[in-house]
Write a protein that binds this ligand. Structure first.
Ligand code: PLP
Ligand code: COI
Length: 341
């Protein structure tokens, strides 16, 4: 398929309407067969549960063009499983895993004219999501739902690409113990909007959220998990029941161990330890791995030894290996790449 005339190298992380999206509706206890459509608008009741009570969950994943010209997605089965968990927590019906993967494949296939070429620096972001559609005014789950998948070509999530970020310790909380921090619910992002606008207004790129129970442990940012590297080269990542189980982070831990022979630790990370790390980064589908150069705690600066001009050496190796697998330059572990065409 001929590619659309897009300046791939200058794309930011934004929405661009593409030709096709997948839609399936849930009614009378069952999902319909689903279809690709061209209409990018959604028409639902003014009293839809999603509009009144934020009953919506989503996923984020990417399609890549590999060095040898295939189009692939990365571990879509894990996105499907995470969406199942998200849906259950919000009393929504599960969209079956095989159908989820098939819907993603169909949507990407229909939009290959906007899958960025290999080496362009851009990727096709894929957004599966689901929401309660029928009118609900008393607080209760909807009976009818819509599952959709759209795609949009994107560049780096953070302006400046891989320039190290400055983040601040946030005074607001993202997730409560036994709340919804571990699922990908729209509501988690709604309540982070005030904090992210405030962070940007104060000149920071992102918020570092601490655990809301004790405010002593590092959790994550609004849209990515943390990775740290110790001075002796160990990869450390926070373990918490109130952070999103990032597929990128889980993949990076495997890469660190199995491809790079590094020691890895998934454990509670106390904020007090952060000053002793050699490198820090944010990891996620959108963020890939974005290095952190400085963390500011109410005026007190922690400057990571890796500095403000480039990624630290271990972060760089992790980045190169992960993106090498995603772009087909390095052999992927069994089942990690789903070839679309
Ligand atoms: N944490 C949050 C809050 C996120 O929104 C995301 C993005 O999906 C991540 C972490 C990273 O998860 P993943 O690597 O699965 O994209
Ligand atoms: C992602 O990395 O896919 C995310 O969902 C992060 C953000 C855009 C919400």
């Amino acid at each position: 398929m001929e590619k659309k005339d897009i300046d791939w190298g200058n794309l930011g992380f934004g929405y661009m309407k593409t030709d096709y999206r997948y839609v399936s509706n849930f009614k009378n206890g069952a999902w319909d067969e689903g279809a690709l459509i061209t209409d990018a608008t959604v028409s639902i009741s003014e009293c839809a549960c999603v509009l009144q009570y934020a009953q919506t969950v989503f996923e984020g994943m990417k399609a890549y063009t590999t060095e040898d010209g295939r189009i692939v997605t990365f571990r879509p089965d894990l996105n499907a499983e995470r969406m199942e968990n998200s849906a259950r927590r919000l009393q929504m019906p599960v969209f079956p895993k095989e159908r989820f993967v098939d819907a993603v494949v169909q949507t990407v296939k229909a939009n290959t004219n906007v899958v960025p070429p290999y080496g362009s620096g851009a990727t096709l972001y894929i957004r599966p999501y689901m929401f309660g559609t029928n009118p609900v005014i008393g607080v209760k789950p909807a009976d009818e739902y819509q599952f959709r998948v759209f795609t949009t070509p994107v560049g780096p999530y953070f302006k400046g690409g891989v320039k190290p970020l400055t983040i601040r310790v946030c005074d607001y909380d993202r997730a409560a113990p036994r709340g919804t921090g571990h699922i990908k619910a729209g509501l988690n992002y709604a309540m982070s909007l005030y904090a992210i606008v405030d962070a940007h207004n104060q000149g920071f790129d992102e918020n570092m959220y601490l655990d809301s129970a004790t405010r002593t442990k590092v959790e994550e940012t609004g849209g990515a998990n943390f990775l740290f590297v110790t001075k002796d080269g160990k990869v450390v990542t926070p373990k918490s029941s109130t952070i999103l189980p990032s597929i990128t982070r889980r993949s990076l831990l495997h890469v660190a161990k199995e491809y790079l022979g590094l020691e890895v630790e998934e454990r509670e990370v106390f904020f007090d330890e952060v000053k002793d790390f050699a490198e820090a980064g944010l990891c996620g589908t959108a963020a890939v791995i974005s290095p952190v150069g400085k963390i500011v705690d109410h005026g007190k600066e922690i400057c990571l030894p890796s500095g403000m001009t480039q990624m630290g050496p271990v972060t760089q190796k992790l980045y190169d290996t992960l993106t090498g697998i995603q772009m087909g330059r390095l052999e992927a572990p069994e089942g990690w790449l789903k070839v679309i065409e």
